[in-house]
Design a protein around this ligand. Structure first.
Ligand SMILES: [Zn+2]
Length: 165
């Protein structure tokens, strides 16, 4: 990302930043050591990129909910009440979380790069948690209605050694 730095005698300590049409403008105190400034800029950049990613991830929430409703119809007779499903940019290690009391599902951004059938497995997994907020035999009976469940689990385990939560 293009960065423009402006030093100001009026600034004492803090560094400011603004994004103007894709360019990051940095306002820094005059005489700030370079390594310190670089670190601050790095943080700004990371924070901005995270925000940007989150925005892009959920740019089409209707589509994700549509997919979820379809899976709900197919595997749960459409009986489940899903209030929302969103991608999270924070979830690195967990593929999905279900707040079963609220009906909210959050899935990891990492699923975006994986095949649809793997993503759908995670959604089915989280949907099943709306009925069974545990990993009991009853829970797995629900999940295994999804034909590719075993394969998807293998895929995810191979990727990272982790299951959806
Ligand atoms: Zn689970």
């Amino acid at each position: 990302m293009e960065t423009k730095i402006k030093f100001s005698q009026n600034r004492r300590k803090t560094v400011g930043s603004r994004i103007i049409s894709g360019v990051m403008h940095i306002y820094a105190p005059a005489g700030m050591p370079e390594h310190q400034l670089n670190r601050v800029i790095d943080n700004f950049r990371k924070r901005f990129e995270k925000k940007q990613m989150k925005k892009e991830l959920n740019s089409n929430p209707e589509r994700l909910l549509e997919i979820t409703n379809e899976l709900n119809r197919k595997y749960f007779d459409g009986k489940l009440e899903v209030k929302s499903i969103t991608y999270s940019g924070e979830q690195d290690k967990i593929y999905g979380v279900c707040h079963h009391k609220r009906g909210d599902i959050i899935i990891s951004y990492r699923l975006k790069e994986m095949p649809d059938w793997v993503r759908n497995y995670v959604i089915v997994h989280e949907l099943a948690h709306l009925l069974q907020p545990n990993h009991s035999a009853d829970f797995w009976n629900l999940v295994n209605r999804y034909k590719l469940a075993e394969r998807a689990r293998g895929y995810l385990i191979a990727k990272q050694g982790l299951d959806p939560d």
